[in-house]
Design a protein around this ligand. Sequence first.
Ligand SMILES: Cc1cc2nc3c(=O)[nH]c(=O)nc-3n(C[C@H](O)[C@H](O)[C@H](O)COP(=O)(O)O)c2cc1C
Length: 486
Amino acid sequence: MTPITRRPGASLKLFFGPGVSVVELAEQQLAIRGAGWQFVLRQASRGLGHAVRALAGAGATREELADHLLEHDGPAALARLYYHLDEWRASGVLGAVAASSTGALATLAPLPVPNPSGPLQTEEPAPDIPYVLSPFAYLRRVDDELMVESSTTGARILLHDPRARLLCMALISAHTRDALPHAACGLSSDEAEDLCALLHQARMLVPARPTGQPQDEHDEPLARWQFHDLLFHTRSRMGRHAGGYGGTFRGAAPVQPVPALKAPMSETAVDLYRPDIERLSADDISFTRVLEARRSRREYGASPLTEQELGAFLYRVARERATAAGENGVSSDRPYPSGGASYELELYLSVASCGQLAAGLYHYHAGEHRLYYLSPMTPDVRALLEDAARALGRHEPPHVLITLAARFPRVFWKYESMGYALILQNVGALYQTLYLVATAMGLAPCALGGGNPDTFARASGLGRFTETSVGEFALGSSPRPGPASE
Ligand SMILES: Cc1cc2nc3c(=O)[nH]c(=O)nc-3n(C[C@H](O)[C@H](O)[C@H](O)COP(=O)(O)O)c2cc1C
C-alpha cells in the first residue's frame, strides 16, 4: 500500500484580511469585497459560497474547505476551489496561519489589496531541493512582534512563537524540506514543513545553489539588485506592501506642522541681486538653445562666479514667487515644481570663491531672496567642498557647492510609503532647473550623485533626521562663457 503523504502546508489556516466581506450580488453571484477592490464569483455553488465565507470569517485549511465542498457540490467542484485558492494566495490577499497544538506559530499577513501580477508563489517546496533564506528577506520588530518581510514580494510573516524564529535562523544555511532541523527548533516535522511552506510562498525561502548560497543572489536579473535598493523600490511604489500610499496625511492634524519657509538662520543677511524677469522674458536666449547647450561642466573660469551672477541664478531658480493660504497652511510658488507643493528642499551654499562674499556656509532664504551667513570655512564646510571636488574628478573645489537639504517633516507629515522617494524626485526636478538656468546664464553647472549627510549635519548644526542633505550641485563661472543671458 502506498503511504499517504502529507502535503506541506496542509494545516495552514487560510483567511482573508480584516475588512474583507462576502456579499451576495444575485442568485449564485458573490462578491468578495475589500477596501477599494472586489472579486466577483459567478455561478458560485453552495459549497464555494461556504468556502469564501469561511475564508472571510474564522478561516479554514485547504482540506477543511475541500471536505465541505465535496459534501455539497461533489468532486467536480474541487478544481475550481483550488484554482481560486491559488489565485488569491499568489495575489497576496489570502493570509495563512501556521499553528502548533499550543497556538499560532506564524502568520503570513494578507496584503490589503490583491496584486494581480501574483508576486507570491503557490507551488509547494520540493522535498529534496535545498532551500535557504533569501537575501531579500529581513527581520524587524513590529508592535511587540518579530516580523520577517520580503523586499521582492512585499509579503510579511509575523513570527509569534520563538520556535518559528529559531527555524528562520536555521534557514540561513541550506536545508531540504525533508531534512529541516525541526527537533533542534522544538517543532514537529509537520509544523516545520508548514512554516517552510509559508516562507516559500512568500518567496523568503529560495532554492540554494550547490555552494549553499541563495539563487536570488546569483540569478539575473535579481542578482543586480542590492538589498536596500530593492526594499526602497518595493516599499515606495504601489502594489507590494500593506502600508497606506500617497497623501494620506498619516492621521495628522490638518495643518502643516512645519512652515513653508524657515525663519532666518542667523543675524547676518546678504541681500542678493534681483534680475529683471520682465526683460529676460522678452530677451532671453531661446528655450531650445538652452536645452541644446546644456552640458555638465566641470571646468571653471579664471575669475570666480560674481555675486551678481549668484543672485540672478538663485532668483531665477529658487525664489518664492508667491504664497497662497491653503487648507494645509501657507503654500509656496517657485520656478521649479515640487510634489504636493511641499518645497521641503532648502539650499545651502558652501562658498569657496564668489565675488566679495566671505568664504563659508550660507542658507538661501527663498522668501527674502537673501543669503544668511552660517559659518566661515570650517573643516566640515571644506570637507563638503572637497567631497564635491572628488565627485567632479577635480583637484580644486567648485566656486560654489549648493547642498540640497530636505526638511523631512514637511513631506513625511502628509505622504505615506513614498515620502523619501518623493523628496528624491523633487531633487531631480530642482537639478534640472539648476542646470537650465546655469546654462542660460553661461555658467558651469554639474549635478553630483552623492554627498555625506553627516558632514553636512556637522557643518550646518542641523539634526540628521530633521533636515539634512539629499543632493549636491556644483556651480562655477565658465572658462568659455556660452549662451549667456543675465
Ligand atoms: C543625478 C545626477 C548625478 C550626477 N552625479 C555626478 C557626479 O557625481 N559627478 C560628475 O562629475 N557628474 C555627475 N553628473 C553629471 C552626469 O555625469 C552627466 O549629466 C552625464 O554624463 C551626461 O552629460 P551631460 O550632463 O553633459 O549631458 C550627475 C548627473 C545627474 C543628473
